[in-house]
Structure formats: structure tokens, C-alpha cells
Design a protein around this ligand. Structure first.
Ligand SMILES: [Zn+2]
Length: 223
């Protein structure tokens, strides 16, 4: 049975390496992400390499092997299905579900998660818009997501992904009526500080740079 820290480690490397940047995960980055010492990370990296779960080269960073990747995808599947279940069935807000899913993902059998998946009707995206791997570890097809910061003035967009880490921000967004799949129009962009003025539910709304950075959108015809 994999340990929690091993699962979190593989998950962190997978998510970092698949974020769309060139650089691969390094030990310092994963140490910061998981909030553990660099010594503990070096130890874990060596162990996981010995187990055939990842490869590590000093200046090139870490790559998961197919075995490591499949383990990471199973943890991510459990996390995102739990988030969906807690949100849809227990009606928990999208700001609460991440913390609970962080725990549950390590204590759920493949049998149970497949049951939950079927019960939910095999959703492809979680309440934050992140893709859910299927039982074989396959991700749903890629969507053409755009960072909100690159949206064009006068363009219409649908909210497709909101980063799941900041409950305060998600609560604020719910309060102003901005949720997953909300439709917005970009009214004005303030390049000097990164704020964006949008139209949301017929109301002009100003989003700070910090919020803008956490949101990805899909272009649509019109609002
Ligand atoms: Zn989450």
C-alpha cells in the first residue's frame, strides 16, 4: 500500500510537469509545494527512483515513469471524484471540497471510487473545472483553455477553470456570482496592474490581478 506522502509526492510532480511549462519539477519546488524539508525530499526521491516510479537528473528535474504516472493519475482521479461527490451530492461549496478530498483520496479503494464515478454519471470535470482521469487513467480530451489575463477586450468567455487552493477567494467569487461555467464579457483591461473589468450577470465587476491569475476561460460567441 503506497504511503500518503509517496502519493502526494507523485501527484505534485505529475501536476507540475503537466502544467504546460517547459521546466520539469525539481526537488526544491516539490519541497516547497509539500512543505517538507529538502533532506526528506532527497530521501524520498531516491526511494521512488529505486522503486521505478520516477527518474531524476540534477539539472533536468524529475520525470515520472509510466508506473509512477499511473499511480499519480489514480490519486488525482480519487481527489477530483471526491470533490465532485462532495459538491454535487452533499452540496458542499467549491471552496470546502478540496481540503476534504486531500484526505479522502488516500483512503479510497479503486472499487469504491468506480462506484462513485458511476453514481455521478462519469463526470469529465471536477467542480473547479479540472479534468478527471477515467478508471484506465485516461484524461478527457483537452479543451482550448485560455488564461483570463490573455482574454481580449469585448470578447465573451465562459469560466472553465478556477484554481482550487484558495477557499477565501472561491467564497468571494461565489458571493459575486462568479462560478464554474459563468459567462462573462471583458469590458476593459488595466495593463498597469493586471486588473480586468468584466460584465457578469449584467453587472460590471472588477477582478483583481490575483483573482485573474487563478482563472481560465473558453471563448464563446456572446454573453
Ligand atoms: Zn482539489
Amino acid at each position: 500500500m503506497p504511503t500518503i506522502s509517496k502519493e502526494n509526492y507523485l501527484k505534485a510532480v505529475f501536476l507540475y510537469n503537466n502544467r504546460g511549462g517547459e521546466q520539469m519539477a525539481g526537488t526544491t519546488l516539490i519541497a516547497n509545494e509539500l512543505n517538507i524539508s529538502k533532506a526528506a525530499i532527497s530521501d524520498m526521491t531516491r526511494r521512488l527512483a529505486e522503486e521505478g516510479l520516477l527518474t531524476y537528473e540534477k539539472y533536468k528535474g524529475m520525470h515520472l515513469t509510466p508506473k509512477g504516472q499511473s499511480l499519480a493519475l489514480q490519486v488525482i482521479r480519487k481527489h477530483r471524484l471526491w470533490e465532485s461527490f462532495l459538491h454535487k451530492v452533499l452540496k458542499m461549496s467549491w471552496s470546502e471540497v478540496h481540503v476534504e478530498a486531500e484526505r479522502l483520496e488516500h483512503h479510497t479503494s479503486d472499487y469504491l471510487i468506480d462506484k462513485i464515478d458511476d453514481y455521478l454519471g462519469n463526470p469529465q470535470y471536477d467542480p473547479h473545472g479540472s479534468p478527471i482521469p477515467d478508471a484506465k487513467g485516461e484524461m478527457p480530451p483537452d479543451r482550448p483553455l485560455l488564461p483570463l489575463a490573455s482574454a481580449e477586450v469585448d470578447g465573451a468567455y465562459q469560466i472553465a477553470h478556477v484554481h482550487d487552493r484558495d477557499p477565501q477567494m472561491m467564497n468571494y467569487l461565489s458571493r459575486i456570482g462568479l462560478v464554474l461555467n459563468s459567462k462573462i464579457k471583458v469590458l476593459e483591461k488595466f495593463d498597469f496592474d493586471g486588473c480586468i473589468h468584466i460584465e457578469l450577470n449584467g453587472q460590471p465587476t472588477l477582478l483583481s490581478e490575483k483573482i485573474v491569475e487563478q482563472i481560465k476561460v473558453i471563448p464563446i460567441e456572446y454573453v
